[in-house]
Design a protein around this ligand. Structure first.
Ligand code: FES
Length: 167
């Protein structure tokens, strides 16, 4: 199964081949968490573990685990590669999943000083070709601006540069 191209325009309710992190809980339950972007670390805001981001367009709303998203597909959860508390990352697989919403991304807390210091250092950088200046992730148009689905940088469609956002 070939996973869909993450640049595609999705249609609500339609099923897609989606990359998922296969996780095993200590009590043997297996979870499949939809992921977006490539595996990376974020030492600039003290996330030293390799991780993937959750694709909130396909993820479930609150099920009691930390891999859930809000009604806009936003979350501050990530999928750590390796053993993390009660979960163990097994592998990346492709699964058929329903598109539940059209938006995804992180929800940085307003008081996350390291995050906002890094964020502000990116303002004015080029996102030409809709490529995020952080890791080259494709930015998606949402409400008239470009939004990176990984760490929430926003860009102007006209100037193709990263812009300031309210916090
Ligand atoms: S990849 Fe980090 S904000 Fe885009």
């Amino acid at each position: 199964m070939t996973p869909f191209n993450e640049t595609d325009q999705l249609i609500l309710g339609k099923y897609y081949n989606v990359r998922c992190a296969k996780l095993r809980m200590d009590w043997s339950e297996v979870l499949y968490i939809p992921i977006i972007g490539e595996k990376h670390k974020d030492p600039q805001f003290s996330v030293e573990d390799e991780h993937y981001h959750i694709d909130g367009r396909f993820a479930d709303l609150g099920s009691g685990y930390k891999y859930t998203v809000d009604e806009n597909g936003k979350t501050n959860g990530i999928v750590i590669v390796g053993k993390y508390f009660e979960t163990e990352f097994i592998e990346v697989v492709v699964r058929r999943m329903k598109c539940k919403r059209l938006t995804t991304g992180v929800k940085p807390p307003a008081d996350a000083v390291k995050y906002w210091t890094w964020h502000d250092s990116m303002i004015g950088k080029s996102c030409k070709g809709r490529k995020c200046p952080h890791l080259g992730t494709l930015m998606v148009e949402q409400n008239g601006v470009l939004v990176c689905p990984l760490h929430n940088l926003h860009g102007s469609i006209e100037s193709e540069t990263i812009i300031e956002i309210p916090r």
